[in-house]
Structures are given as C-alpha cells and as structure tokens.
Ligand binder design. Structure first.
Ligand code: COA
Length: 241
C-alpha cells in the first residue's frame, strides 16, 4: 500500500507487515503517524488476503511513544482529543478479528509499549526496553496502558511501572510474561515471521472466533464468558455444516 510517510505497510503471502518509520525520532508517534496507522489498520481489517499483522519498528527502536514535541501545544491537545474521539485507533487494534504480533526491539515506551500490549503476541529482541513514562511527564498513559498492563502482568508490578515510569529490560519483560518470547536482535524478524506463518496456516475463522472469545470474554463474568464461548462455538460449527 502506497502513500504513507510515517509507516510502511506491505503484504506477502497472507502476512501484513506494518513498520513504524520515523527512525530519526525513534518512531515517536505524531498525529500524522496516528492517522496513517488508522488507515493501515483499516486496510488490514478489510483485506481478506491479509491474515496476520506484524507490527515492528525501523531503526534502533520499536517506538519511544507519543511525539513529545506535540505536547503542551493547545492546538495539538485539541486535535488529539478530536482525533481520539473520532477514531479510536487503539480499540481498532485491540478488537482486530485477526491475529496481531508485535516484534519489539530497542525502546518501547509510552504508546510504543501500549501498542505492543494491544497485540495478541509479543516477541522481543534481547535489547528491548519497555516502560510507561507518562506520569513522570505529568500525564497518564492514554493508549490503554493503565488497563492492558495490569491485565498482562501482575497488577502490583503494573502499578509500579506506571507510577515510577522506570523501564524494564527484555529479560524482566519475559519473566513477567509481558512478552511471550525473547530472541537475539538479529533473529527478531525471522521469529515474528515464523509465528505469523504458523497462524496463516490456521483456519482464519477459528482464529477469529477464539480471539473474540478471549478479548471480549475478559470483560465478562465467568458465567457470561462461558455462555459467550458456547455461542461462538455453535456459530462456528453452524458455518461448517
Ligand atoms: N518524541 C519526540 N522525539 C523523540 C522521542 C519522542 N517520544 N523520543 C526520542 N525522540 C528523538 C530525540 O529528541 C532525538 O532527536 P534529535 O536527534 O533531533 O535530538 C532522537 O529521537 C534520538 O533520541 P535520543 O534521546 O538522542 O536517544 P537516546 O538513546 O539518548 O535516548 C530515550 C532514548 C528513549 C531514552 C529518549 O529519547 C527519551 O527519553 N525519549 C522520550 C521518551 C518519552 O518520554 N516518550 C513519551 C511517552 S508519553
């Protein structure tokens, strides 16, 4: 897909690769990048030939978070609120009905860390560092981090990371299961591709229903979640009959 300036989006054999591409600022996310991510996420969602999405970063980092040069300017604040109201980028990623994989190296701070948390699977290079520094800047995480992090790692540790802003390294992220795998830096893309290839070979409807059951089920009571799972299972079986 052409026409993007802050990201690269390419597709090959059912695998879509979206690369954050502002390496000169460690892939800091400005409004243009968020607009382009919105378009690319929608393109992935609506493309039946794109089965698995890999998110990754160009250069030395995955993403150092929101572009802090946008901070504190009134038009940007208003713009950000408007953009968030009209386009819930993070909800779109979380509720994508196809698998998503974050391949993280270098810094994954703020919205960079949060973006990875909204993916289904996370593979990290051994140089990755994860952190939520927003509070130290006088803000709070706003790409879901206060909700996704304590649902991913022990809530007390999430609280510590959010209040202190202190980053953790890849080894600690793996110990906490913030990431599913850690690999040497030069094996990161191969590892993500191999995982994506495994998923491309799965039944896409089964993947979609299973993901929906897990993501939406987390908001339900156990009884309601079990009923939801049964309903999805019946619906999937009916489409096979
Ligand atoms: N927004 C805008 N620019 C950013 C950025 C961000 N979030 N993170 C890094 N950059 C820019 C730097 O300003 C620098 O630009 P310059 O070369 O024009 O000076 C460039 O990216 C490289 O960063 P630098 O600070 O020189 O790299 P480093 O390895 O010394 O430090 C970090 C890396 C991530 C520790 C440091 O850049 C940092 O603290 N960034 C801000 C992280 C942050 O607070 N994110 C916001 C979360 S809400």
């Amino acid at each position: 897909m052409n026409g993007f300036e802050t990201i690269l989006y390419e597709k090959e054999g059912g695998i879509a690769r979206l690369t954050l591409n502002r390496p000169e600022v460690l892939n800091a996310q400005n409004l243009q990048m968020r607009d382009e991510l919105w378009d690319a996420f929608q393109a992935f969602r609506d493309d039946p030939d794109a089965r698995v999405l890999i998110l990754r970063g160009e250069g030395s980092a995955f993403s150092a978070g929101a572009d802090i040069s946008d901070f504190g300017t009134a038009p940007s604040y208003v713009e950000s609120r408007r953009a968030r109201h009209e386009r819930d980028l993070w909800d779109l990623l979380l509720h994508m009905r196809k698998p998503t994989i974050a391949a993280v190296h270098g810094y994954a701070l703020g919205a960079g860390c949060e973006m990875a948390l909204l993916c289904d699977l996370r593979v990290a290079a051994d140089d990755a560092r994860f952190g939520l520094p927003e509070v130290s800047l006088g803000y709070i995480p706003s790409a879901g981090g206060t909700q996704t992090l304590p649902r991913t790692i022990p809530p007390g540790v999430a609280m510590q990371m959010i209040l202190t802003g202190d980053p953790i390294d890849a080894r600690e992220a793996y110990r906490l299961r913030l990431v599913h795998r850690v690999v040497p830096r030069d094996e990161l893309h191969g590892a993500a591709d191999a995982w994506a290839q495994t998923l491309v070979e799965r039944d896409p409807r089964a993947l979609s229903y299973a993901k929906d059951a897990v993501v939406r089920g987390l908001d339900l009571s156990l009884a309601d979640g079990l009923a939801f799972e049964a309903a999805l299972g019946a619906r999937l079986a009916a489409t096979r009959a």
